[in-house]
Design a protein around this ligand. Structure first.
Ligand code: WTA
Length: 655
């Protein structure tokens, strides 16, 4: 709650300029209200209208929403379409020569590809995948760096009806293995390596290691895109170079017409247990929302040059790199490298060079760029920008104001978009020609999204009071299930305590007297580190898997740039280490977690104790650990604590 108080200190409201409003796709509060009313009056008719307007159907749907097996909802279920057709073929008649992707490599080299070329690349690769035995319904793991090939691979899967599961390149072999086996993937698409910050890094060894861990008999082939051209270990039976896989393949490929509900992809994300959840999305409903939010939230115009900085390994990259921009026919920028190479002006230079109009990034990136050079944007011509966006975590008002003033030069509305891997696309967000902006608030729900705040029993809370953020009605781009675990889907997202009907987002939130939403952060054991979701249990399981560790508890603490930092309390099997010993074990454990999960999950701090603070019934007192992590005085009642003496030990951070 304290963080939200600081956010509320900025009380100014930034209204959209008349000139922006006049040209906006949704004009003013009247335009917004009219859409909301339409959705309230005829919910199915509202979504059906959008689905007919924005998607091309091979076979039109006659049913809209099927709630007969709630919460396993179906949308447009008797319709048939293909996502890749809707992203590529659809544009061939009207804009074949428009640039679809401008790719800027780590070293600054720029490659541009038109819609027509991208279409042929996707078709050729889709034919290559088919020749390797991939078919409709197969799961395909994609473990690729930011590249045109990553988009081609995802679109090619969609074209043949294969279900892709993209794994972020920063995840370790172990995490990759977990996802390969959970999805029982038959094919993996990867690269030999990637360039970041002027350095070549290998990628394929992680795939080799994952497959060597056993239980991966499902995997028949590994397709390898050659990016760094270093030495690569090779399994001649299993591995195929991308350039060989497409050799001699036709450059057209009839799309696989699939049912609207056919799974488009599974994307793993952290939850409150140790095992990541495979969030499964549909084809039509997902794409519909991706396209429509490009139009509403990003106020898309044909002349725009769109840049979403997210990696395709995250949901933001799925919706706002691979599917939304192509679905609407935009020109977009993709970037291989990091914002700090060759210097912290890289993003601003790229906005200038490519005349970016719409820029979408994460608060953590904004905060680190402020720190590295708050005045740097002034050295570049950013006059092409007309709209800014953020996603992934709450944005503090200081960062918001800097973004608005220094990057957007007070000309560009900032859309603070709240959504999740599970929601498929934006849910609560300002529309740039509608809402007055309050820094730190994601403002109001999109028309057709029935967001509300309820108490433990599922009753609406009064405005101004905090509670659980829920969505009261199913929407087209929602998660369909957790892959292979429908029970967990039901329990996790539609808990009986709330009546079993509301989608529980897992965030605490507040709605102020003007009806503006303020997100207060997760209510479960999920951390948000640099906009990445990490389960505390996942990190704990990784730690206790180390032979030295007896027990571990992980909590978050506020961090200036990352939003949250990871603090781990560890009990070793041997004695509590001190001095140099402790330092060495800390370094080892950090590397261990990087190997088990990925570098993003490395604890920022490790503290050792002879034990963890537990109640007499043996429950770890996490609230206490959170207070200790923040360095707060312990004012809470510790009388139930079995071993109060260890609190002193746990205050000590190993530096
Ligand atoms: C948080 C990312 C405040 C939230 C698209 C949510 C936000 C989680 C915002 C989902 C925002 C995302 N303001 N918090 N604008 N956007 N979050 O699945 O806690 O990686 O539940 O999806 O990020 O993270 P995920």
């Amino acid at each position: 709650m304290s963080s939200i108080e600081s956010v509320m200190n900025e009380t100014r409201v930034f209204e959209p300029a008349e000139s922006f409003k006049a040209q906006a796709n949704v004009k003013g509060m009247d335009g917004y209200r009219a859409l909301c009313e339409q959705a309230e009056k005829d919910y199915e008719g509202f979504w059906a209208g959008l689905a007919r307007e924005l998607l091309v159907w091979k076979k039109p749907f006659t049913k809209v929403l099927d709630e007969s097996n709630a919460p396993f909802y179906k949308w447009f279920d008797d319709g048939e379409m293909n996502v890749s057709y809707n992203c590529l073929d659809k544009h061939l008649a009207t804009q074949p020569n428009k640039i679809a992707i401008i790719f800027e490599a780590d070293d600054g080299k720029v490659t541009k590809i038109t819609y027509k070329d991208l279409y042929h690349r996707v078709c050729t690769f889709a034919n290559g995948l088919k020749a390797l035995g991939a078919k409709k319904g197969d799961r395909v793991i994609i473990y690729l760096p930011m590249s045109i090939e990553a988009v081609v691979a995802m679109q090619a899967c969609a074209r043949i009806g294969a279900i892709h599961s993209v794994v972020f390149g920063g995840f370790s072999a172990k995490s990759l293995h977990e996802r390969i086996t959970d999805a029982s993937a038959s094919l993996i698409i990867t690269a030999d390596g990637q360039f970041r910050g002027g350095k070549a890094m290998q990628l394929k060894p992680a795939v080799d290691d994952a497959l060597a861990m056993g239980g991966c008999e499902c995997v028949k082939k590994v397709v390898v895109y050659q990016r760094t051209a270093g030495e690569t270990a090779w399994d001649a039976q299993r591995d195929v170079w991308w350039h060989d896989a497409v050799q001699g393949q036709a450059d057209t490929c009839e799309p696989e017409w699939v049912n609207a509900e056919h799974p488009l992809f599974v994307l793993y994300t952290s939850g409150s247990t140790g095992k990541p959840k495979g969030v499964q999305h549909s084809s039509a409903g997902f794409l519909l929302h991706a396209i429509n939010t490009m139009r509403w939230t990003f106020d898309y115009k044909d002349s725009d040059i769109f840049w979403c900085t997210a990696d395709v390994g995250w949901i933001t990259g799925h919706t706002y790199v691979t599917y939304g921009p192509l679905g609407i026919g935009a020109t977009q920028l993709m970037f291989e490298g990091v914002p700090t190479y060759p210097d912290a002006g890289r993003f601003w230079k790229m906005i200038q060079d490519h005349k970016i109009t719409t820029f979408y990034t994460a608060p953590t990136a904004i905060r680190s760029l402020i720190k590295l050079g708050a005045d740097l944007p002034k050295q570049y011509d950013l006059s092409s920008l007309r709209l800014l966006g953020t996603v992934g975590e709450p944005i503090n008002p200081e960062a918001w104001m800097w973004y608005y003033n220094t990057v957007g030069q007070t000309r560009c509305p900032v859309v603070d978009t709240w959504w999740q891997t599970e929601t498929g696309g934006h849910m609560i967000t300002p529309l740039p020609g509608v809402h007055g902006l309050k820094p730190g608030s994601c403002t109001m729900a999109l028309p057709g999204i029935m967001a509300a705040i309820v108490d433990e029993a599922g009753h609406d809370v009064e405005k101004g009071k905090g509670g659980f953020l829920v969505i009261k009605r199913p929407w087209p781009s929602m998660i369909r299930t957790i892959y292979g675990d429908p029970e967990r889907y039901k329990k996790n997202y539609f808990p009986e305590d709330l009546g079993g009907k509301y989608y529980l987002a897992g965030d605490g939130a507040n709605c102020d007297l003007d009806g503006y939403f303020w997100i207060m952060g997760r209510i479960d054991d999920v951390l948000n580190v640099s906009g990445h979701r990490l389960g505390t249990m996942e990190i704990e399981s990784a730690l206790v898997a180390n032979p030295l560790v007896a027990e571990a508890a992980v909590v978050g603490k506020p961090h200036d740039i990352k939003g949250e930092a990871v603090v781990a309390y560890v009990v070793l099997k041997g004695a509590r280490p001190e001095g140099e010993d402790a330092k060495k074990i800390v370094a080892d454990l950090r590397n261990w977690v990087a190997k088990e999960i990925g570098p993003i999950a490395k604890p920022d701090e490790i503290r050792f104790g002879d034990n963890l603070p537990k109640t007499r019934s043996g429950k770890i007192m996490r609230r206490l650990l959170r207070a200790l992590a923040k360095g707060e005085e312990i004012t809470q009642d510790v009388s139930t604590l079995e071993n109060p003496a260890i609190l002193e030990q746990l205050k000590e951070v190993v530096k």
